[in-house]
Design a protein around this ligand. Sequence first.
Ligand code: ATP
Ligand code: MG
Length: 142
Amino acid sequence: MYKRLLLATDGSAHAARAAEAAIGLMKELPGAEMTIIHVSDEAPSRSELMQAGLDMKAVLEADAHKAIEETERRFQQAEVPFTLKVAFGNPADVIVEWSQKEHADMIIIGSRGLNAVSEVIMGSVSRKVLHHANCPVLVVKR
Ligand SMILES: Nc1ncnc2c1ncn2[C@@H]1O[C@H](COP(=O)(O)OP(=O)(O)OP(=O)(O)O)[C@@H](O)[C@H]1O
Ligand SMILES: [Mg+2]
């Protein structure tokens, strides 16, 4: 039933807990595939782009590796293979679009993210994903 899992991460402590849940699920679901998605919501700077020979994907990938290094390391340590998907845009829109296009069976996401300053239970990205996704969403609270 759950074959194609999608972990959304911004590299925050909350998302790290979602990553642990994702690793645990992968261990219990033989044959399942994991995609980790990280969406940049800031356009790369001009100098970054120039340095990369105008290769937007390379810049996004470098930024993603920086932001979610620890998560990638945890997956490697746990020997759970994954595919990294990087994109630029509105995080919730990109996450939902990708999940639909690639027929994800479950989205795993933290309840809050990098901006967890207020007392609100869910951040705007997790709220929007939960609202618009057409597959089960695991919101990891703690
Ligand atoms: N840019 C992103 N790329 C991938 N996943 C993301 C991104 N931003 C947030 N997420 C996912 O959504 C979860 C909740 O983060 P969210 O951004 O909604 O909360 P927040 O940062 O506390 O609040 P807000 O951003 O609304 O001010 C994160 O734990 C992560 O799983
Ligand atoms: Mg956020």
